[in-house]
Design a binder for this molecule. Structure first.
Ligand SMILES: NC(=O)CC[C@H](N)C(=O)O
Length: 244
C-alpha cells in the first residue's frame, strides 16, 4: 500500500449461531435479524441454526434459547455436541448468551434438577435454582429497567423492558473468585419501584439475580426472545462486534 491509498479496516463478518435442539430458537433468530438492521454500519452478520458440532465450529458467537434445559442437554449429550459446546464457551471463550434454560445450561451448578442431576455446559461461576419461582402457573411478566438496554434515540423516552419469566431460574449463589458481574436483580422491576410494594406483594425477592455475566458468557432468567423488543439483542450483538 502506498501512502496515498486510504487505509480502511476490513469489514467484519460475524456468524452467530442459535442452538436449535429445542425451545425458542426461531424467536431468537427473528430478533437477531431485527437487531442487525440497526448495526449494519458496524459489521455483516449471518445467523444460523446450530444442531451439529460442525455448525457450531462455524460460529463466532452463540445463543442458547429458553425451553427445557434437561431436554437440551440430553439431546446434546447424544453426540459430541455437548463436549464441543463446553469447549466453545470455556476454552475458545466465544461470546455465548443463554436465556432461561440457556442460562441454566451455562451455569456451573444447578439446584432442583431432575432426579439423577443434569449435564451442564458451565462457564458462569454461579449456582442457579432451576425453577426458582415455582411451576408454570407461577410464571409472570414484569417491566424491568435494565442498565444494559441501549439508551433511547434523542427525543425518545426510556421505555422499560418487558421481562417474561416462565419457570425461570435465578442465581442462588455466586461461586468462585469474583469474576461474575451481576447485571440485574429483581430490584430492577419498574412496577415494584413505582408502587413501593413490599416483597410479599410481588413475586420474587428483590435481591434475586436475573442477569449475570462472566467474560464471554452472559445469562438471563427471562425471555427477551418472547417479546418483539430487539434492544437486548442489539446490545449483545454490538458487544460481540466489539470483542472481535
Ligand atoms: N422457560 C424456560 O426456559 C424454563 C427453564 C426450565 N426451568 C428448565 O429447567 O429448563
Amino acid at each position: 500500500m502506498t501512502a496515498s491509498q486510504p487505509h480502511t479496516a476490513p469489514r467484519k463478518h460475524i456468524r452467530v449461531g442459535v442452538l436449535a435442539l429445542q425451545g425458542g430458537f426461531h424467536e431468537h433468530l427473528s430478533l437477531l435479524h431485527q437487531a442487525a438492521q440497526h448495526l449494519r454500519s458496524t459489521a455483516d452478520f449471518s445467523f444460523i441454526q446450530v444442531r451439529t458440532s460442525d455448525q457450531l465450529a462455524a460460529c463466532d458467537a452463540l445463543i442458547i434459547p429458553g425451553g427445557e434445559s434437561t431436554t437440551i442437554s440430553l439431546i446434546a449429550a447424544q453426540t459430541d455436541l455437548l463436549q464441543n459446546l463446553r469447549d466453545f464457551v470455556k476454552v475458545q471463550k466465544k461470546p455465548t448468551w443463554g436465556t432461561c434454560a440457556g442460562f441454566i445450561l451455562l451455569s456451573q451448578r444447578a439446584n432442583a434438577t431432575k432426579k439423577g442431576g443434569q449435564e451442564l455446559i458451565g462457564g458462569l461461576d454461579v449456582c442457579v435454582h432451576r425453577n426458582h419461582f415455582g411451576r408454570q402457573i407461577e410464571s409472570f411478566e414484569a417491566d424491568l429497567d435494565l442498565p444494559f438496554v441501549p439508551s433511547p434515540e434523542k427525543g425518545e423516552e426510556r421505555r422499560p423492558f418487558r421481562g417474561v419469566f416462565i419457570r425461570a431460574p435465578v442465581v442462588e449463589e455466586v461461586l468462585g473468585g469474583g469474576e461474575v458481574e451481576v447485571l440485574a436483580t429483581l430490584e430492577n422491576r419498574v412496577d415494584r419501584m413505582r408502587a413501593g410494594q413490599s416483597q410479599a406483594q410481588t413475586r420474587g425477592g428483590s435481591g434475586d439475580i436475573i442477569a449475570a455475566r462472566q467474560g464471554n458468557v452472559l445469562g438471563m432468567s427471562f425471555h427477551p426472545e418472547l417479546t418483539q423488543d430487539a434492544r437486548i439483542h442489539q446490545w449483545w450483538l454490538s458487544e460481540v462486534v466489539a470483542r472481535r
